[in-house]
Design a protein around this ligand. Sequence first.
Ligand SMILES: [Zn+2]
Length: 67
Amino acid sequence: MTWVAGLIATGEVKCDGCEKIMRHPDRYAYIAEEGQPPLRLCEKCSDARGYMRRRKDEKGKESASFL
Ligand SMILES: [Zn+2]
């Protein structure tokens, strides 16, 4: 069971994927998997690992959100 939350960085948060430092108001994904330490991933790493969902609204504008 994997649990993903989309959060806004407060202070400094290090991405566990690329080690980039994220600062407010960057968004990041907090991924908790049973039996494993939680991961904090920047949008790029989240996307690369399939934790982002892209969708287009009725005007064709693309937006991405965390799963
Ligand atoms: Zn990253």
